[in-house]
Design a protein around this ligand. Sequence first.
Ligand code: COA
Length: 333
Amino acid sequence: MSVTTFIKGISHFLPPRIITNADLEKIMPTTDEWIRQRTGILERHYADPGIGTSDLAYEAALRAIEDAKIDKSEIDFIIAATLSPDYYFPGIGVLVQAKLGLNQIGALDIRNQCSGFIYALSVADQYIKTQTYKKILLVAAELQSSNLDHSYDGRDMAALFGDGAAALILEPNHSNGGHGILSTHLFSDGRFASELLMEKPSSKDNPVFSQKMLESKRCFPRMNGKTVFKNAVEKMPEAVNAALKHNNLTIEDVDHLIPHQANDRISLMVAHKLKIPVEKVIRNIHRTGNTTAASIPIALDEAVKEGRIKQGDLIVLTAFGSGFTWASAVIRW
Ligand code: COA
């Protein structure tokens, strides 16, 4: 009997402080109109100073454990996806493990930026299918607001990003029902690394930290927005089509498409290219901004809790981001 990876519980956490476009107008040269028209974003959440990414992940994890109706001691592995860890090292997986007070189980950090959730899901899927672990806690969390450049130079990036976290409890499904993860497909092209990156601090510098580094402002994330946009609208449909082909499905079989919430114009263009009705596309970027690795599972959880996603529905996830990396996953809910 084949084993599929089943999502036993899911939840998310957004820090309570809401930053509207009007709030951003007060701290950087931008307008509500520009942000709405170019990105579809109306507001995003920012964590307060003193809060770390692992704190957001922990809050989401507590809620996912409750949703799964398990005891936290049943968790036998942690996978954490983030590009904004509390520390340069260690990663946030071990911090979440300590906050939850779990036994000495393994904790793995995944660094694949906006594709981080699907990469993490893929790793979890392999561990569950090979019956290595029985209850994996997957957290995807980002705290971007503490390192955005709200000056003229960084306003393209600063308009996009928000903070947030999501968590899933994954377990094996031994029944023939086939509910769970049907496939994951992962891609990358490192030739584009410099198109979307936070370059500093860098191991290439000796010493790594210097006044010069701060003055260069290259410790803020930077991107070539047009190149990112062009590749995102090409690669996400390709990843979805690879997933559909692998599962002998067509786009008509898909009940919900959840693209990484990078920019609403990107999501709409991906839908257009795939010829999927826009009503089937889950979009929450207007309220969250781009929460990087957390964006897809936050959107998934919201759609589940709203009753929009029902048992048996076919869901396709797709992401694109820094690396470049891109990915897709197919889930039977
Ligand atoms: N507010 C106001 N004006 C802004 C601005 C902001 N926050 N950010 C940039 N601008 C200005 C630019 O300076 C430029 O001004 P100029 O014409 O006087 O030089 C103008 O807006 C147009 O910039 P441009 O880069 O052509 O805009 P765009 O249509 O490409 O949209 C993005 C910019 C960032 C919205 C778009 O490129 C994008 O979404 N790219 C993908 C980003 C993404 O998804 N990144 C994360 C990947 S996971």
